[in-house]
Design a protein around this ligand. Sequence first.
Ligand code: HEC
Length: 158
Amino acid sequence: MKAWIASLIFAAILVGVMLSARAAPQTDPLVERGRYLVGFGSCNDCHTPGWRESGGTIAVSRWMTGSNLGYRGPWGTSYPANVRLEFQGISEKDWLFMVRTRGGHWPMVWHDLRFLKTSDQRAIYRFIRQLGPRGVAARADLPPDIEPKTPYIWIVPH
Ligand code: HEC
């Protein structure tokens, strides 16, 4: 084969490869990992309204939008945050810092998140953040002496 034909074919293949690489969506493997961790980490049980009642069948597009079902105990009443909104406003670094340092109120699982490798903690952030903002912020916490006017779960050790 003449050298110029060979180089023409080579160039055509090269252009083809470059075009297909451009067309392929850039997927971050940590996003899929984050979906897995959020699913198994029970995050939806508290942060996705109706999750438990639906038997875990709520569409991913509605995950982690926060809940107005309060958790009341000696600490007052706390509400599972709308993490979809929350993560638009904080960086991945802020999230890692939060996981390392937050005690938080019951029943948020901060102490369990600390068992994850940093790459898994990052994965949770990336997955939820790329879902984009949705819904409205959950209610503000109430102090112990205020009786919530909306539904809550009463957690009192006996
Ligand atoms: C048993 C219920 C429960 C589970 C399970 C739970 N959360 Fe929470 N979460 C809460 C409550 C209540 C709050 C509000 C109190 C607080 O901020 O500590 C909260 C707060 C948060 C916040 C808000 C932090 C801020 O800025 O105030 C984030 C982010 C969060 N949770 C992420 C998660 C993720 C990710 C998971 C799964 C690994 C998860 N939660 C599992 C109940 C839960």
